[in-house]
Design a protein around this ligand. Sequence first.
Ligand code: CIZ
Ligand code: SF4
Length: 319
Amino acid sequence: PDQEEALKARIKQRLAAENAVIVAHYYTSPAIQALAEETGGCVSDSLEMARFGHDHPARTLVVAGVKFMGETAKILTPDKRVLMPTLEATCSLDLGCPADEFAAFCDAHPDRTVVVYANTSAAVKARADWVVTSSIALDVAEHLAARGEKIIWAPDKHLGDYVRRETGADILMWDGACIVHEEFKARGIADLKQVYPDAAVLVHPESPAPVLELADRVGSTTQIIRAAQEMDNERFIVATDQGIFYKLQQQAPDKEFLIAPTAGKGATCRSCANCPWMAMNELEALAGVFDRDDNEVFVDAALGERAMVPLRRMLDFAA
Ligand code: CIZ
Ligand code: SF4
């Protein structure tokens, strides 16, 4: 604890000296989220992180999340310095959608509007017509379907399936998945519901269809937090990364949250459903963030300009 306090004090001092602010995701550790809040930074989903980083006057953004979030920040604010605790923090969706293969896939279907999830590289975004996050995925698909547009959806097939079921949009799917959300098990959730019949089930749409079928609400991280505040239930079973429990407990302190079961784990699992790349955002790495030379995010200027187009479309649509 003393060591943690010392690290936090050091980070605060460096943030002030460097005119920097922390932009953190809900899936980072409680210590990181608390520090971001104490220092005037933000804790949010990837859409709000993008907006916050763009609007904030700080010269340097310290992005505590995964690589695509740092890249998005750099694309939207090329004049700012964007640092990350480590550039090794990536995402199975980003890894599962290599830009060259994706470009060939799009080239083979030129009649389709290309919609990519925010969880992709700058090069994949540069090939897209739209970028979406889970909080606006349904709205964008509905908008496109209403205009009669056929869609390429990448990379998350579970989110894409959900969008297709809900909107009836004509979707050609890339085969990608999130290694965290894909592990939630409908059987385990049903068993837990037997123990706590009063609990409402909140599910992120990166989860497989059988899990979504058990949901009382399906939504993005922000929508899950809102549901927990609004719904009358006192107990919730939550199928998303357990990092979100920090915000859930903060925003709904009188309620109880249980992590949805994943493969081979029991109902009281505390270490499951935790993104290994988000977990790389440790306090030690954050304390050293200004002193290394291997953790600044750069995006090729021409590529960034092309990726900016669908990103701006996303922000304007969500506004
Ligand atoms: O699973 C993720 O990485 C999410 C939910 C990102 C986001 O949009 O906030
Ligand atoms: Fe990617 Fe899943 Fe980790 Fe989010 S939780 S960063 S989608 S691997």
